[in-house]
Design a protein around this ligand. Structure first.
Ligand SMILES: Cc1ncc(COP(=O)(O)O)c(C=O)c1O
Length: 441
């Protein structure tokens, strides 16, 4: 073996100080080394650059809007932009029936209407989500029943979903929270065994993949949002899709004032809102869809990097993504582990913000069942007609879901986006390590 040359003083100093620097950044290691001074206390910022933001729209959207403006009509039905949107959507999600509409909440209401959810029926879902998940359920005079979450994926706990099934249950709405695919195979098996309709709320999950396949392949209907903050956006808009030949024609009917444009004789025997999209929105979304793969893969890759980088910090528990799944991180969510810290979540997040790492504490302030309208059963001008009529005994004041509540008390969010790169994510990691080192127990 070739003898190693003796190490020079300069090399010794360089390697030792690099090791010490690394050790000082790692929580729980080399505890005797002084931690770097926090930016909050006058130290140097770990992230000295502004948060990158993507340029979300440009020439492609302008060109598509230009085409729409040449048309004599901007009405969605059988017009060019809605057709293009539908075709592009179907390249990702191979479903025969696609109903673009005015919002994600509208898409979910259409799905619940098409599922035949009637007054007093129960729909099981989760309560860490946007209120839009259940608006349609409530407007159909049905009852949202909340199941608990899994502590590490923040998605529905299939066992608790099954426990919540009663003879009144009609459907399950599964939310893929933060773009992380839920346990679709198990939920579908439960739904089938109990003859329930499974609806996927994909509003936060454009481009997510479950066991290598796009989400939407297990639910009978799947709903998307084009609201401004979503991966694919046009300010506001939505879409509902199905491959079921019985449900397909109902999507049009429930999204378009009960007019079944495919089978006009079947029109007007139910009440349905005007949830139509316009050709301008459709043009914009059609152009946006050409960016989907790039956005989804970038977010997924950056999120996976952040998770890997945070993995050895005891005070942080990243969101678990199953090995074969693709989480598209509509925001990066993780949990703070208070037992591992000499500070609370608010102090931790404030210290991170001072370092230039824009984390925020929490997501929605309370689970949906904790909102005043649920606690007071006051959905309709102070009333909940189905409760007053004895069609439900639901009392949201008695609902307590331990995992759900623990997640909301400990979660933190980082506004991950496709404009960031690996170097920026590593700077963020550096900030988290620095603050974690400072507060390590
Ligand atoms: C999980 C989830 N479901 C439903 C919705 C409702 O979508 P929209 O805001 O387009 O009505 C949203 C939007 O924030 C959402 O994140």
């Amino acid at each position: 073996m070739k003898p190693q040359p003796p190490i020079t003083r300069r090399e010794f100093l360089t390697t030792t100080s690099a090791t010490l620097l690394l050790a000082a950044q790692l929580p729980g290691r080399a505890a005797t080394e002084p931690a770097a001074k926090l930016a909050r206390d006058g130290g140097e910022k770990a992230v000295p650059v502004a948060m990158p933001r993507p340029k979300r729209w440009g020439e492609r959207e302008l060109a598509q809007l230009g085409e729409a403006v040449q048309q004599p009509s901007l009405y969605y039905w059988r017009n060019q932009q809605t057709k293009l949107l539908t075709q592009r959507f179907q390249q990702y999600y191979p479903h025969e029936f696609v109903q673009p509409c005015s919002s994600g909440s509208a898409a979910l209401h259409i799905a619940v209407g098409a599922a035949g959810v009637a007054p007093g029926d129960e729909v099981i879902t989760t309560s860490v989500t946007d209120i839009g998940t259940v608006i349609g359920v409530l407007y159909q005079n049905a009852v949202p029943v909340f199941a608990d979450l899994l502590p590490d994926t923040y998605n529905p706990d299939p066992a608790d979903v099954e426990r919540k099934i009663t003879p009144r249950t009609k459907a399950i709405i599964v939310v893929h929270l933060m773009g992380n695919p839920a346990r679709l195979a198990e939920l579908k098996e439960i739904a089938d065994r109990h003859n329930l309709i499974l609806i996927e709320d994909c509003c936060q999950a454009w481009g997510a993949r479950y066991r290598g396949q796009p989400i939407t392949m297990h639910g009978q209907m799947s709903c998307f949002s084009h609201q401004d903050s979503k991966h694919i956006a046009c300010g506001d808009g939505g879409l509902v899709t199905t491959s079921d030949p019985k449900l397909g024609p109902l999507l049009i009917k429930y999204g378009d004032k009960a007019v079944n444009r495919l089978h006009p004789a079947d029109s007007s025997n139910v009440l349905a809102p005007n949830y139509r999209i316009t050709e301008l929105q459709a043009a914009f979304v059609a152009a946006q869809l050409t960016r989907l793969e790039e956005i989804a893969s970038k977010r997924s890759q950056l999120g996976a990097l952040l998770t890997a980088e945070l993995a050895d910090i005891p005070m942080i528990q990243p969101q678990r993504v199953e090995a074969q799944d693709r989480c598209v991180h509509w925001g990066y969510m993780c949990r703070f582990v208070p037992e591992q810290a000499r500070c609370d979540r608010a102090q931790f997040v404030q210290a991170l913000a001072a370092e230039g790492a824009p984390f925020s504490a929490g997501y929605i302030p309370v689970p949906l069942y904790g909102l005043p309208m649920f606690q007071n059963h006051s959905f309709f001008a102070g009333h909940w007609p189905i409760k007053e009529a004895g069609l439900t005994t639901m009392d949201y004041r008695k609902v307590h879901l331990p995992v759900t509540e623990a997640i909301l008390k400990t979660c933190m969010r980082f506004p991950l986006n496709e404009g960031m790169d690996e170097d920026y994510i590593r700077l963020i990691t550096k900030a988290v390590r620095k603050v974690a080192r400072h507060y390590a127990v």
